[in-house]
Design a binder for this molecule. Structure first.
Ligand code: GLU
Length: 280
């Protein structure tokens, strides 16, 4: 079997050491088995993506010494594909329109309390028609209840973890999609949700191994459910630990971690950065 993996950054900021570590992990894994390495630009969030970030990502990854196949998939160019997938789920009765705003859902929640996963149901036909006629915005949500019924329960949903989740989860994992509630698959401002686009593209691109940080381990549980509902294959997962800085905190965009461009501007060579990250 060919080994196909990918690095799938969102162009919402500059790459930092954490991204470099993740990209190198996937790239080296493909190299080690003479497999394929793809780059995918996950730019479906039109409110946050910026073309200059995308250009910088390509430049930074090339500087780092990565090579990817020429065809770079840019998700924003394939929105029709994702809507067709949602339509397929809709045809199977697995999604419903939800008119509740986040604010309405969160009523009664204290600021320090974590958001409770939302589980709802379709509105009565008449009420829904009225709201649609009034032009009220809504989100398409995946119904866990309908999904459970369609699959005869979630017991058959497993995936293989060759790396580890944040709590050391490894091996054959039982997916727990219910912990996320009825996830949003599309809404007005963000036309398509991340999970759907990822699942769709991983299958389309023949990705056999999803290699990414364990901050996305929970996402695998939801993505496994979408794969089952859309009749798509399940890749092998290899979640890796997150790189922490000298202060013991993980590198993240929000912490204003030093970017690869800044590291480069300081005169650090790509070889030196690779060595620092453990890729001799
Ligand atoms: N685009 C996602 C991110 O930048 C990663 C998606 C994935 O690797 O599955 O966090």
């Amino acid at each position: 079997m060919t080994f196909v993996t990918r690095f799938a950054p969102s162009p919402t900021g500059h790459l930092h050491r954490g991204h470099a570590f993740s990209a190198l992990t996937a790239f080296r894994a493909a190299q080690a088995v003479d497999g394929r390495f793809l780059l995918r630009i996950e730019d479906i969030d039109a409110t946050r993506r910026r073309p200059e970030y995308e250009a910088a990502i390509l430049e930074d990854l090339a500087w780092l010494g990565l090579e990817w196949e020429a065809a770079v998939r840019r998700q924003s160019e394939h929105l029709a594909d994702y809507h067709a997938a949602i339509e397929a789920l809709r045809a199977k009765g697995l999604v419903y329109r939800c008119f509740k705003t986040r604010k309405e859902i969160d009523i009664g929640r204290a600021p320090h309390e974590p958001a409770v996963p939302y589980v709802g149901q379709p509105l009565p036909v008449g009420e829904e028609a009225e709201r649609l006629a009034r032009g009220e915005p809504f989100a398409w949500r995946l119904s866990l209840a309908a999904a459970r019924e369609a699959l005869g329960g979630f017991g058959g949903l497993t995936f293989v973890e060759e790396g580890a989740g944040p709590a050391g989860e490894a091996g054959l994992i039982q997916a727990r999609p219910e912990t996320a509630g009825d996830i949003v698959l599309a809404r007005k401002d963000v036309g398509v949700a991340y999970h759907l686009a990822v699942v769709h593209d991983d299958a389309l691109q023949g990705v056999t191994h999803v290699i990414r940080g364990h901050d996305l381990f929970e996402a695998a549980h939801i993505q496994r459910l979408l794969q089952a509902l859309l009749d798509l294959p399940t890749p092998v997962y290899r979640h890796h630990g997150l790189l922490v800085g000298p202060d013991g905190k993980r590198y993240a965009k929000r912490d204003k971690a030093q970017t690869l461009r800044e590291i480069r501007a300081e005169g650090t060579s790509a070889a030196a950065l690779r060595a620092e990250l453990g890729f001799a």
